[in-house]
Design a protein around this ligand. Structure first.
Ligand code: NAD
Length: 432
């Protein structure tokens, strides 16, 4: 049986391993293996039937040595403090590896947003800001969307904060709707960023993108734009995508019989929570398979882009010998046990906090545009994103080859090195 995943223990285990490789001073490692600050609060919300439901909200701030904190807000029924701690830690490494001047944080609410009406959702978003406004801010900590939250929700949150701050403060939150302080290119940023790193990995492995096929887990924001980017930019083929079916309460893999998924079509029959209308998919000739089927497909590339722990001691055994690259669109999709198998099988891993750094990079561009009150074109945004992702990939690849280490370890080495340097330069490591 697959062991239950504790994402925080996993994030700490990955960190401890590299801290040892880097020979970090024990007190420095201790400062980095835990968040600097953590907040938990109750958010009472009036529901449509006039009852009051109490939700639990979180904000965890891992490390702000390199600049203001940055991290999404996740609305998910099984959200826990430990998941948010792990995600906040990965945000620190993500910003550092992408070389953007921000630290790492994360927030969330334990709730299934699909069970809320639009106005309940709005009250919960505004409630989150009413509880956390004093620990966030454009120069302090800037939230963004993540699983279960979207641009409209960021718009409500920005409005609530602006009311409390008594001035229009678009830079307090990113991932806002375009026209409401958002940046062009933010919606597709994470998925396209995944594809920019896949393109570089294919170059490195001397593989022709047009002859490659990918299987993707998930079909939310990240997966949709990864699929679109793979087909439209790299001219490769998508064999399948998958999703959690909220009606059937189980995951499905939606496969195309000729490995020729049309991501724009599937996007048109997918709801805002990433559930594909399976009847419409069947009518269009797609095949519905078991939720795990994506991982055993005979493809060149796997992109897990759903949740944590999906490539684990059990599922890793099902990966086909043909797979050469795993591009981690999701945060923490691979367990340490599965990492060992990937290393042994010489599969080229693009680690999560490098692979999916496109979202935070364009979020950073959004706050830069907000602060300047001057907005770039979509092409300008995506071309700057391309540059940042390519540069980040190259610095990790260089260290992988130089130190002969696993790509995940190399990414950690780059990121930890930059964070420790900022801590040193700020005088945090000289304890009088
Ligand atoms: P989302 O809510 O838009 O989509 C999640 C998708 O996963 C949905 O299609 C859902 O049906 C599917 N899913 C959930 N459980 C599943 C299961 N058991 N099997 C198969 N599919 C399942 O979320 P998203 O924004 O696309 O985020 C996906 C991952 O990427 C998360 O790990 C998130 O933290 C990470 N991430 C997101 C961003 C971003 O900008 N959105 C940035 C960096 C990292």
């Amino acid at each position: 049986m697959t062991k239950p995943i504790n994402a925080f223990k996993m994030a700490q285990g990955q960190f401890d391993h590299v801290a040892e490789l880097l020979d970090l001073e024990p007190y420095v490692a201790k400062m980095l293996r835990e968040p600097q600050r953590e907040y938990k609060c109750q958010i009472p919300v009036r529901m449509h039937d006039n009852t009051i439901q109490v939700f639990y909200g979180y904000r965890v701030q891992h490390n702000d040595a390199r600049g203001p904190l940055k991290g999404g807000i996740r609305f998910h029924p099984s959200e826990t403090l430990d998941t948010i701690r792990a995600l906040s830690m990965w945000m620190t490494w993500k910003c550092a590896v992408a070389d953007i001047p921000l630290g790492g944080s994360k927030g969330g609410v334990a709730v299934d947003p699909a069970t809320l009406t639009e106005s309940e959702k709005e009250r919960l978003c505004r409630g989150w800001i009413d509880k956390f406004w004093n620990v966030i801010g454009p120069h302090q900590d800037v939230p963004a969307p993540d699983v279960g939250t979207n641009p409209q929700m960021m718009g409500w949150m920005m409005d609530e904060y602006s009311k409390i701050a008594r001035e229009y403060t678009p830079g307090v939150i990113t991932g806002k709707p375009v026209g409401g302080g958002g940046s062009l290119g933010r919606t597709e940023a994470t998925g396209f960023g995944v594809i920019y790193t896949v393109r570089e990995a294919l170059k490195h492995l001397k593989m022709d993108p047009e002859k490659t096929t990918v299987a993707i887990q998930g079909f939310g924001n990240v997966a949709q734009y990864a699929a679109i980017g793979f087909v439209e930019q790299l001219k490769g083929k998508v064999a399948c995508v998958s999703c959690w079916d909220r009606k059937d309460k189980q995951a499905h893999t939606i496969s195309h019989p000729q490995n020729n998924v049309d991501p724009r079509f599937l996007q048109s029959i997918t709801d805002q929570y990433g559930t594909i209308d399976k009847d419409k998919a069947i009518q269009a000739g797609y095949i519905i398979e078991d939720g795990d089927a994506w991982i055993s497909k005979d493809v060149d590339i796997l992109i897990p882009a759903a949740l944590e722990g999906q490539v684990n001691d059990q599922t890793v055994q099902k990966i086909s010998d043909r797979v050469k690259i795993i591009a981690e669109g999701a945060n923490g999709p691979t367990t340490p046990e599965a990492d060992e198998v990937l290393k042994r099988n010489n599969i080229f891993l693009i680690p999560d906090f490098l692979c999916n750094a496109g979202g935070v990079t364009v979020s950073y561009f959004e706050s830069v545009q907000n602060n300047m009150n001057y907005y770039w074109t979509r092409d300008e945004v995506l071309s700057r994103l391309n540059q940042k992702m390519t540069q980040a990939f190259k610095s990790v690849l260089q260290l992988t080859e130089q130190e002969k280490v696993y790509t995940r370890d190399a990414a950690y080495m780059v990121a930890i090195g930059r964070v420790v340097k900022a801590m040193e330069l700020r005088g945090w490591l000289y304890i009088p």
